[in-house]
Design a protein around this ligand. Sequence first.
Ligand code: PEP
Length: 250
Amino acid sequence: MRKKVIAGNWKMNMNLHQSQKLVSEILNGLGKDSKADVIVCPPFTSLSEVNSLLKSTKIKLGAQNMYYEESGAYTAEISVDMLKSVGCEYVILGHSERRVIFNESDELINKKVKAALVKELKPIFCIGELLEQRESGETMIVITGQIEKGLEGITSDQMKNIIIAYEPVWAIGTGKTATPQQANEVHLFIRELVAKKFSPAVAENLIIQYGGSVKPENSGELLSQKDIDGALVGGACLKADSFLSIIASA
Ligand code: PEP
């Protein structure tokens, strides 16, 4: 049985004070018997303080990006060691906003995935098709390419430390959600692809999150699908109430 994993991607929101307030509200509202694992991914500037608030709690900390080099003249970039030193256990990689707005290629994302895994930082590896790709029937081709290139050179053993987030780009921040059936169809396809590329056991244990306008009104049905093991939540994670409702529905 795979445990559900709910992650909140705060994106470029929340200054330090707002971050402390939000995480305190989430901690206050989270029942002790929460069945799902919870990850919060604040902006870099809040990681250290949020980490202090999360000490001895069940909520895990993630970052939203990193660079693959260890150190050096890479102005404004952040290394794996830096993220680990402020308590990060996870890092979101390959988010569609990084791919589309910042032109991140599959090859760059693959370098980041490898660098994270070598130092035991767990990637939440995001994949998903654009609207025109879905409409022209290319969804599975796009997904296959992103997995083949993004996970190139990754071992079956390392796959234990990866979460895949399927996020159809047309559903991110748009209010449009894939139907539970549309989402599950792609999740099943991803699992079968991973079974072929790695092994059936790796695929069976792999957490595949859905992301794209997940909110309390639709999370229960999405999360009840057989191959949907959690959610990567954007907009709805910025309010404690809605994030907590999504967690409770898992
Ligand atoms: C995301 O940024 O990963 C995301 C899914 O955003 P939203 O929930 O706002 O669509």
